[in-house]
Design a protein around this ligand. Structure first.
Ligand SMILES: Cc1cc2nc3c(=O)[nH]c(=O)nc-3n(C[C@H](O)[C@H](O)[C@H](O)COP(=O)(O)OP(=O)(O)OC[C@H]3O[C@@H](n4cnc5c(N)ncnc54)[C@H](O)[C@@H]3O)c2cc1C
Length: 436
């Protein structure tokens, strides 16, 4: 986009959700500007697994093939006791013909792919080093006040989208610094990217260990032996204390009880975890999507999967407005339905996912845990297994049905009842690469 063209939409945040929304809009020829306070793509060890409804949106954006070339399809998921005993699992081969099959690719690699694609779009501009500090709107336009290396700027557009993550300035400016209703878990978690040889143990690609103290997830995230090992820790420890305790934790819980010389940690990040939803995902000409709008704990990999589905829906709404196919009121539908999906699916299921790991007696899990009982049933009842894995698509919603002339672009899936009734862990239900 030329520097004098006014963008139709501004997106604050060039993380995965902002880049994807920008790419989808730019591919429609819509002038957009992405602003990000950082000077480079994020490198933190966060999302790695994208469930089918997210892959559907990534396919629409034209990046799914490259993701698969650089990533892989996880082969399954298991729940185990700390001694490695298999309790239950999900066989993802049953849905291997799904064009939107779950794919594993660390977020930094997804970011690069999205950035390369958006850089080729003539109607897109990405402005690094641009920090949003304030906002406003009137009948004709919305604007953000931005700090840049060249000094303060006021950037205007028809619509402005906050894809600026958990600490979203757009959300804070709209509702106040502390208006992000929900809760913070007492639990402390630590996410690591670690090279360790799991091959002697014959585990699935993704594994959850149920234990009151040493609960964790170990999931293959690369084809070169890299694993995401995310584990629970005592609350209230400093970074130094967490680092000091790590060798003891790995020795205690990993299969083979390794010493530090037997593995190599390449990323180590403690996280506080939350379940929160913004008061609204739309205020006039401003909308929120993904982490800016809602947060959940990472067990089950529902955070960005849910965020990407927001982005796909918001893209349909904004493109509909731009092309005169939809009234601006379609954004109220976006706000209403995406909040409902968070409240009815993402929040309860992601909450169940962590409690499943640290809130029950592993010896009684197969008797008491309804989800694990369903996995057991699915081991022999393949029809049930397919239905269970397809339940994840309840996250989707076709917003083109609210166009003035009804459209069918987004393959609506309103069959969420199975998922809701059974409270399936989303990603597990999808394909078995449940991640944290
Ligand atoms: C350990 C862990 C594992 C996870 N695993 C999974 C998984 O397997 N699957 C899954 O679906 N999800 C997972 N998640 C969640 C997922 O990582 C997040 O949902 C996702 O990264 C959020 O993306 P986003 O684009 O909304 O925000 P972010 O990635 O946080 O990007 C926000 C961007 O906004 C920019 N920004 C912030 N403030 C401003 C400002 N004032 N002005 C301008 N720019 C600004 C930032 O620089 C950043 O680039 C995991 C999370 C964690 C912590």
């Amino acid at each position: 986009m030329s520097s004098t063209t006014k963008p139709w939409a501004i997106i604050s945040g060039a993380g995965p959700s902002g880049l994807l929304l920008g790419l989808l809009l730019a591919k429609k020829g819509i002038p957009i500007q992405l602003v990000d306070m950082s000077y480079e793509l994020d490198k933190q060890p966060r999302a790695t697994h994208y469930g089918p409804p997210a892959m559907y949106e990534l396919r629409r954006a034209g990046v799914a093939d490259e993701m698969r070339e650089q990533g892989f399809f996880p082969n399954g998921v298991s729940w185990r006791k700390i001694d490695g005993t298999f309790l239950a699992g999900i066989n993802v081969e049953l849905t291997s013909d799904d064009p939107d099959r779950m794919t594993c690719l660390p977020l930094n690699k997804l970011g690069k792919i999205l950035y390369e694609h958006i850089s080729r779009e003539p109607t897109a501009t990405v402005s690094w080093g641009h920090k949003v500090v304030g906002l406003g709107q009137d009948d004709d336009k919305a604007w953000v006040d931005v700090e840049t290396p060249q000094g303060p700027k006021k950037l205007e557009a028809e619509y402005i989208i906050g894809c600026d993550g958990a600490n979203s300035q757009i959300r804070r400016s709209l509702f106040g610094d502390f208006e992000f209703p929900g809760k913070t878990w007492d639990e402390q978690i630590v996410a690591t990217n670690t090279y360790y040889d799991f091959s002697p143990y014959n585990w699935e690609d993704s594994n959850f260990i149920i234990h009151p103290e040493h609960y964790y997830m170990a999931a293959k995230i690369g084809t070169d032996g890299l694993y995401r090992i995310t584990y629970g820790e005592k609350p209230g420890l400093t970074l130094e204390q967490l680092k000091e305790r790590q060798p003891m934790k790995f020795k205690e819980f990993l299969p083979g009880h390794p010493d530090p010389s037997q593995y190599k940690i390449v990323n180590f990040s403690p996280y506080k975890i939350h379940q929160r939803l913004a008061p609204s995902m739309r205020v006039g000409r401003f909308c929120l999507a993904a982490d800016a709008a809602h947060l959940c704990n990472p067990f089950g990999g529902m955070g960005l999967t849910g965020g990407i589905v927001d982005v796909g829906g918001l893209y349909d709404c904004l493109a509909g407005i731009y092309e005169g196919l939809a009234d601006p009121s379609i954004l109220d539908k976006y706000a209403e339905i995406r909040a409902q999906k968070y409240n009815e699916i993402v929040n309860p299921i992601s909450s169940d996912n962590i409690v499943r790991l640290n809130g029950q007696d592993p010896d009684k899990a197969l008797e008491n845990d309804e989800f694990l009982k369903m996995c057991k049933r699915a081991e022999t009842d393949h029809e049930f297994a397919k239905q269970m894995q397809g339940g994840v698509n309840a996250l989707k919603h076709d917003f083109t049905q609210y166009y003035k002339k009804k459209g069918t672009q987004n393959g609506s899936t309103e069959n969420g009842d199975f998922l809701k009734q059974n409270h399936l862990p989303l990603q597990a239900a999808a394909a078995g690469g449940v991640n944290a």
